[in-house]
Design a binder for this molecule. Structure first.
Ligand SMILES: C[S@@+](CC[C@H](N)C(=O)[O-])C[C@H]1O[C@@H](n2cnc3c(N)ncnc32)[C@H](O)[C@@H]1O
Length: 277
């Protein structure tokens, strides 16, 4: 499917739910449409400010009629116009169809998806921490993890194998703007294993059968942290690709921690000496 031309500058008023741009933005809730167009939507003025600060350029901006006459929203529309984005001033009824049902926002942007090139083991920054996620399934988990990866200054996030789409609305929302700050890489299991084999520092897998306490380990930089999938956990082939395996101790009767929580705990431990108030 050819990419839609959304490059016409200027603000346009839209009240019809049948408008083609309205249909396009709504379609971005579906993975198929995101794959075919290479676009995704992000909601909320604060999130759009993050996008602007990170140097992104919107393809479209849609905002509630009358809501962008001053302050931050007005500045965002000026940013959209300067970027050559199509700026759509929409009625409440139209916005109701475009915005999320819970906690709806009065402004949203449409952007081109970005994928970073695979990291080269020999060229990774010596102090970096990278994160790799095996077949992550839950978009809310992924967005939360991107937010944490942003918080610790991770070098990037690698999605291994058949992962959920980071540009899904739920993931974008949970990332709270960090989707614009964190480099995303897609890799097959084979390509990732080759990267891990040449990685200059520790490749740390998290595993429920590991004997090493994640708080007792000292991590050799650059560090590559590998997290397993929500259901099956870390696969044997990826566990074998790690240079060490660590576990987060648990006292209760639970089997495991939530993936996003486990990722945050270990990322902060790895970055412990580099993060300062
Ligand atoms: C929900 S857990 C998967 C549980 C899965 N049933 C298993 O056997 O690993 C998802 C991922 O979070 C991490 N994780 C969760 N709790 C952990 C713990 N206590 N120690 C180490 N890693 C943990 C691991 O990377 C795991 O693969």
């Amino acid at each position: 499917m050819p990419r839609p031309d959304t490059r016409t500058a200027g603000v346009r008023a839209i009240t019809s739910l049948q408008n083609e741009r309205v249909k396009l933005i709504r379609s971005l809730e579906m993975r198929k449409a995101r794959r075919e167009t290479g676009l995704f939507a992000a909601e909320g003025a604060a999130v759009l400010v993050t996008a602007r600060e990170a140097g992104w350029r919107p393809r479209m901006l849609a905002f509630l009629a009358g809501s962008a006459q001053s302050g931050v929203p007005r500045g965002l529309v000026a940013w959209g116009e300067a970027a050559g984005a199509e700026c759509l001033e929409v009625s409440e009824a139209v916005l109701g169809k475009l915005a999320a049902k819970d906690n709806p926002q009065t402004m949203l942007g449409v952007f081109e998806q970005r994928w970073a090139p695979e990291p080269q083991a020999a060229a990774v920054a010596p102090d970096a921490t990278w994160l790799a996620l095996e077949e992550i399934r839950d978009p809310g988990n992924l967005g939360t993890i991107l937010r944490t990866a942003d918080a610790v200054g991770a070098g990037g996030v690698i999605l291994i194998g058949n992962a959920v789409d980071p540009y899904a609305r739920e993931s974008v929302r949970a990332s709270m703007g960090s989707i614009f700050n964190v480099g995303l890489v897609r890799m097959s299991v084979e390509r990732f294993r080759a990267l891990a084999a040449g990685w200059p520092g520790d490749v740390v897998g998290t595993h429920l059968e590991a004997a090493e306490d994640f708080r007792k380990a000292s991590y050799r930089a650059p560090t590559l942290l590998v997290m397993g999938s929500e259901g099956p956990g870390l696969s044997p082939q990826l566990a074998a690709a790690c240079s060490r395996l660590v576990k987060i101790p648990m006292a209760g009767r639970l089997d495991s921690l939530n993936l996003a929580v486990a990722t945050a705990l270990v990322l902060y431990e790895i970055r412990r000496d580099r993060l300062r108030l």
